[in-house]
Ligand binder design. Structure first.
Ligand code: SAM
Length: 192
């Protein structure tokens, strides 16, 4: 599945941290790319690219001045659109149909400020993660989990400079040598 996260209506002054988290959660949980709509924000784009640079995988993220143009461009390329909103159909009911009908190409729209009405019409699915208002990061994470059925938790991140060895206590991080893929342990069982 090729999955693009479109962050709608980003406001530089208010949304810097949460928009960064939308992209980071998306990347960690199976998305392949991000589009920032609303105000351009180099700090967000740089921070997300920096994480991808260190922790592996490809996660291109760019600004688009027009969500309408971006959505119609993606639709021309065969993408279907799922918009996350508390007013939509329940995720647990609609995720299997999205998985089947998206045929490997999906754009997930996540709002910030009030979402313009045409987004509801342009979207193939308006999807609610419960009918309660909460957070775009939580909504995206649960949507992706329902969509991928848990497989996203085992996603591999090729070419990572840093990777974590899971363990019950302490912190173990592997760091790739500057050249080549060999990794060395640089922090071992740090006491917490
Ligand atoms: N007034 C906005 C609206 O019309 O949905 C709510 C703003 S909310 C802080 C920002 C974004 O979080 C929403 O645009 C939506 O993408 C997501 N979100 C919040 N609660 C959600 C829910 N229960 N289900 C799906 N998405 C939700």
């Amino acid at each position: 599945m090729k999955l693009v996260v479109l962050r709608l209506g980003h406001r530089k002054a208010r949304d810097k941290r949460i928009t960064t988290h939308v992209f980071l959660a998306g990347r960690a949980l199976g998305a392949d790319a991000g589009v920032l709509c609303g105000e351009n924000d180099e700090a967000v784009l740089k921070s997300v690219s920096g994480v991808a640079g260190n922790w592996g995988g490809r996660f291109p993220v760019k600004h688009s001045p027009s969500y309408r143009k971006t959505l119609s461009g993606l639709k021309r390329r065969g993408f279907r659109v799922a918009h996350l909103t508390m007013y939509g159909e329940r995720v647990e009911a609609v995720a299997p149909a999205i998985r089947r009908k998206a045929r490997g190409r999906l754009c997930v729209v996540v709002g910030a400020e009030k979402v313009p009405g045409d987004v509801y019409r342009l979207s193939d699915w308006n999807v609610a993660v419960t009918g309660q208002p909460h957070s775009e990061v939580a909504a995206l994470a649960i949507f992706l989990h329902e969509l991928f059925g848990g497989k996203e938790l085992a996603k591999k991140f090729a070419g990572a400079r840093l990777s974590i060895v899971p363990q019950a206590r302490g912190k173990k991080v592997l760091a790739a040598k500057p050249r080549g893929n060999q990794k060395r342990i640089y922090s071992r069982n740090a006491q917490l």
